[in-house]
Design a protein around this ligand. Sequence first.
Ligand SMILES: [Zn+2]
Length: 563
Amino acid sequence: MRRSGVRLGALVVVLLLLLVAAFAGTARAATAPPSKVLVVVMDQMHPEYAQQYNMTNVLWLEKHGAYFPKAYVGDMASETVVSHNVMVSGLLPKHMGWSDEALRDTNDVLGGGANGIYITGDLSYSQFQALVAAGDYPKLGTYLHAKYPGSIVACVGEKSYQVRSMTAGSADFGVFLGSATNSNAQLAALLGGKYRPPSGAPNTAAVPAYITGDTRFTVNSDADYNDYGTNDMSPAWIYPEDGDRMIPGNITGHLGGDNWVADATIKIMQNENWSGLFVNFGAIDKVGHMWGGGQVDTLKKYEWDPNSIYNMVHEPFIAKNADVQLGRLIGELKATGQYDNTLIVVVADHGSTAATKNFFGTNAQGAGDYNWYHGDSLTDGNYYNDPLHPVAPALNALTDLTNVSFTYASTAIEAWLTDFSMTQKLAAATVMQARPGVFATYVKNDAGTAYTPTAVNTKGMPKAERSWFRSHGQELVDTMAWSGSADVVGLLRDHTSYGAYGDHGGAQQDVQSIPMVFYNPGLKTVKYKSAARLVDLMPTIMRTMGIDPTANMDGKAYYLKTK
Ligand SMILES: [Zn+2]
């Protein structure tokens, strides 16, 4: 009995050891870091849109993933062309080579002469590349290429500047909608005149033939064919839709907007050995600019018709549609067996505020660009200094100053001066602080490393607005400070804009609050209390994928718990 007992005991021990080994194997497999990352940027999405518009895919990820409900942009200027490079550099804007919609090229990196003014959104791919090279920093794609040699990193989005800035110095290629044309008579007839073919970064030739050679990727871009009423209705007409550029439309086989972005991304997933895909769904942003976003874009206010294609230019349809497209990308990962080894990240580049209290721009057809930009630049010459498009009266006193070289006005106002001595900065700040809606003004210090407040007036400000400003105002303004940033900055009150009716760029809580969630089957479901910022995205992605940084980043690498 004893002997057999011993034998039985030994057998049990062996079995237990086998079981432990089996579980260890399973545990190792489940916690193996993901080898691919899919970043989906819901452009201008407010965190509450997920509930408000029943975005079931975003809600599912937030419920099951590593979710940061207190996430915020964490830097300025809170704009597309800035945020996307923050996400893939892990750097604050002040260290990137551009920190706003305009920059002063103090060191003549772009070759147009020292101190030349450039509009960032109109820079070419090679100019973005030159700025990244001058900053001498690795981007996420650099690390992905090193860890997974031979793998492809690509960016996809409707907007050229978003894709160019994100692709530069990081990705193998980027895909966006090219300029409107009618060069192919057959396509022009099919697509209502002007259409947009696919283009990309570094150039169209870099875009794979499975996209450029497929006429599915040409879309209608003709406002005469259909502007969905946005060109004739205030306030959407400030920044109207042209055809199916940012919305799907209803031309079978040629859907535009986020459907186009999802289709191109799926093609890349099917054709490439990829390690990084950075995708921008731009429609929420476009519609938010036009009507003011979810706070005001309701069925009641604009007589939204759920049975009409006109619903496509309103937030209830377009936010839900962006979520449906996200679902298609996740479905493709599952269908191709890549779901388990992909880290899915859903985030926004900024939120927005609706100008329900004060709109100080010009409320007229196509006024958007002229509301935002004013002055001469090396990218656009005197295009934004056009007497036919005078700046909005509220900004006049500032732009009329002979020493003001360029201004950008959205939900903050920034001014670049010709003579940027401290005396002149203080003189311009005095004029800035008297612009309506401005409650705080800052001048850049002489070293160019931070901003100094010159006037702050929070009188009559609701408690929540004042408390957000006290916690974040100085922090956010300082993230822009470098030699090329604006000399004078004015922060605007909530629900105040000089650009489009719904706008971003500033430090307001509504503009700064964003959704942020990471998901992989191997990650634990956790609702994190930390107020993560966009600059933390890349270090956190790298830590989760087991990639060690070789250069400093400004962001924090959050440890996402594994199962
Ligand atoms: Zn954006």
